[in-house]
Every structure is written in structure tokens, then in C-alpha cells.
Design a protein around this ligand. Structure first.
Ligand code: PRE
Length: 354
């Protein structure tokens, strides 16, 4: 038996040698491409195609998701040889936004915490970082209004999206629930765990703070405080996990947008985000939707927000399937231009793969 294991380990060593040589060969090719590209090195459409292909080719025993995650890291390391990327997220360290940044860009990217969603938009626009990650909607709580409002005026483009399953943990510096005085978390997280808190901690006051990670920081500094946050925050701030997965909806998911100075090329499986407003005429909203129906373009999202321009005026945030260069989407957009009082293309990007 020990001999069998020894023999198999020798095979693994030989395979590792080949895998390492091949990964380095791949990295050299990426470096060459990096020299040939002028300007933007990050190509979300190509990354999505690589990851989709890996998932399709995978025969196991590794799960498709696992294989794709490994290649996510390989590409992240290859891209860092071309140019190390910096990515801003809503901090402090340990937020779900940071987890989303790592999911999209891998561990080779340098992630930079920002104090607010506004700050993420600002630093990307100022060129202080290459990209930014902002939350845009949650499957339980709906839209993140601040992000939608900032999208109205920004010159930035959406070049990617990331879906992140959100698992909440009840955290504390010490074990047990004795002498607990308060539970801190972000407002959305308190809402997402509302039923669980009613059942298990009905008399503990809930206090909103600006992020889950800040809640974890506060719980780390005060033994009588609990925090609701993710496992990354528990690890960073040295907290005990008293209860796992306390979110009321089991498939609680937050969608994040990747913002940059450019959007993405067509990858074959894309989305286009835009905002538009109707003229103040009867049937105007119907008119805005008709071009999509006429050209067979599916809407995946329609959300309204007050316009920043006038009282009782609204803008509609729309996501459609397809890239802005796809003939059907392009034709619908041309028609829409004539009908909408305002039309702003926020970007085309690959539908999230991981
Ligand atoms: O194909 C490219 O453009 C590359 O730079 C290579 C590569 C990769 O590692 O596959 C790296 C970074 C890009 O974002 C996309 C793909």
C-alpha cells in the first residue's frame, strides 16, 4: 500500500512538472500578446470565452466550476505579467464587494478599499485605479439605488458583471450569546437576515453601519457586540462564527458591476445595459419597449429611478440580452434613439461565467 502511494506520488510529481511547464508557456504567450496590444490589456470578452470553453471541455472528476476557478487564477497571474491591475471596491477589507473583485479578477489583482460607492466611481474616473466593483442589486432586497443614481451621470462604462452568492454569518469575538448588547451590520444584510434575527435574537437591538466589514471591526473591538458579515470578514478580523448561513433566502445573491473607462467586445453571450427616459406623452413607455420586441431582443431587467433632472421624471435602467454590436440590438438601439427623451448606453459585457 505504501509502495502504491509512493508510485502514484511519483506520477503526480511528473504531471506537476508538465503542468508547471505548460502554465509558464501559456504565461509567455500572454506576455507576447501584452506587448502586441497597445493600451488596454484586460479583455473581459476573451476571459469569458476562455472560462466558458474550459467548462465545456471539462470531463471531470473536477467540477466545471472548480476547473473554471483554477483557470480564473491562471489568467489572473498571466494578466499580471502584462500589467498588474488595480481594482477599487467598497471597503473596508473583508466586504462582499472585495470577494466579488477577487472572483472577477483573481488573486493577482491589487484590490483597493474605498469608503463609499461614490468613491469607487471617483477613483476609477480619475484613473487612480484601473477598474471598480460596485453592487447593483440583490435577489432579496432589490436595487442598490446609490449605484443606479451614480450611473446616470458617470462617463464610466460597465465592462463586466459578477454574481456572488451571499452567505451571512453571525460573528462575535467570544463564543456563546451571553451578555450580548447589540448586533451590527449593513442595512441590506440586517434586512436579509430579518426573520432569523426575529426568531433567535428578538430583543437584541440591530444597528446599521456602513458595511459588513465595519460591523466585524466593531465586534472585534467590543465583546458584547455581534456582527453579521461574510466569512472573509470573520477571518480578517479574528471573529468566532456562532451561526452559519443565517440569510432568510437560501439563494440570496448580489450582482456586482465592473466599471472601467471602456466596455467589452462581443464574447458571444453578452448583455447590454442602458438607461432611457420617456417623453411626457401618452403611451411613451410602451414606445420605448417596442423596438426591443420588434427586433426579438429580450429584456432581462427593467428598473425605474427618479431622474436627477426634474421632479416626477423617471429614468429606466434596462438590461437586454446581446452585445450592442449584435445586429438585432444595434437595430433596436437606432430606433430607440428617435423615441427616447434620453438614451445612455452604459456598456456591453459578457454575462457572468463563474
Ligand atoms: O488574450 C489576451 O488578450 C491575453 O492577454 C491573454 C489573457 C489570458 O491569460 O488568457 C490574459 C488577459 C486578458 O484579459 C485575456 C486573456
Amino acid at each position: 500500500m505504501a509502495e502504491d502511494i509512493q508510485a502514484i506520488r511519483m506520477e503526480i510529481d511528473a504531471i506537476d512538472e508538465q503542468v508547471l511547464a505548460l502554465i509558464n508557456q501559456r504565461a509567455q504567450h500572454a506576455q507576447t500578446i501584452g506587448r502586441l496590444k497597445n493600451g488596454t490589456v484586460y479583455r473581459p470578452e476573451r476571459e469569458a470565452q476562455v472560462l466558458r470553453r474550459i467548462k465545456e471541455m471539462n470531463t471531470g472528476p473536477l467540477a466545471d466550476e472548480t476547473a473554471a476557478r483554477l483557470f480564473r487564477e491562471i489568467m489572473s497571474a498571466c494578466l499580471a505579467l502584462e500589467k498588474p491591475l488595480s481594482v477599487a471596491y467598497l471597503g473596508p477589507q473583508g466586504t462582499f464587494s472585495q470577494a466579488a473583485a477577487v472572483k472577477q479578477f483573481g488573486h493577482a489583482a491589487n484590490t483597493t478599499p474605498c469608503a463609499s460607492i461614490d468613491e469607487v466611481f471617483r477613483v476609477v474616473n480619475a484613473g487612480a485605479v484601473d477598474y471598480g466593483i460596485v453592487p447593483v442589486e440583490n435577489s432579496t432586497e432589490g436595487a442598490v439605488n446609490r449605484t443606479l443614481d451614480l450611473l446616470q451621470d458617470t462617463p464610466l462604462k460597465i465592462c463586466g458583471e459578477v454574481d456572488l452568492r451571499i452567505h451571512h454569518y453571525l460573528l462575535r469575538k467570544v463564543t456563546g450569546l451571553d451578555d450580548v448588547k447589540v448586533v451590527y451590520s449593513h442595512g441590506q444584510s440586517l434586512a436579509q437576515c430579518h426573520e432569523w434575527l426575529n426568531r433567535h435574537l428578538p430583543s437584541v437591538p440591530r444597528v446599521q453601519v456602513s458595511s459588513n466589514a465595519e460591523a466585524a471591526q466593531m465586534a472585534a473591538a467590543d465583546e458584547s457586540a455581534l456582527a453579521i458579515a461574510g466569512d472573509l470578514a470573520a477571518e480578517i478580523y479574528g471573529l468566532q462564527c456562532l451561526f452559519e448561513h443565517i440569510e432568510d433566502e437560501p439563494d440570496n445573491t448580489t450582482r456586482f458591476l465592473v466599471l472601467g473607462l471602456h466596455d467589452a467586445g462581443a464574447s458571444g453571450h453578452d448583455k447590454t445595459s442602458l438607461l432611457m427616459s420617456a417623453r411626457n406623452l401618452p403611451g411613451a413607455i410602451l414606445e420605448l419597449l417596442q423596438p426591443f420586441a420588434r427586433h426579438g431582443v429580450s429584456l432581462t431587467k427593467l428598473e425605474s429611478r427618479p431622474a436627477r433632472s426634474g421632479l416626477w421624471e423617471y429614468v429606466f435602467f434596462v438590461d437586454v440580452e446581446g452585445h450592442r454590436d449584435d445586429p438585432a440590438v444595434a437595430a433596436a438601439l437606432v430606433e430607440l434613439k428617435d423615441k427616447a427623451a434620453l438614451l445612455k448606453l452604459l456598456g456591453s459585457y459578457p454575462i457572468g461565467v463563474l
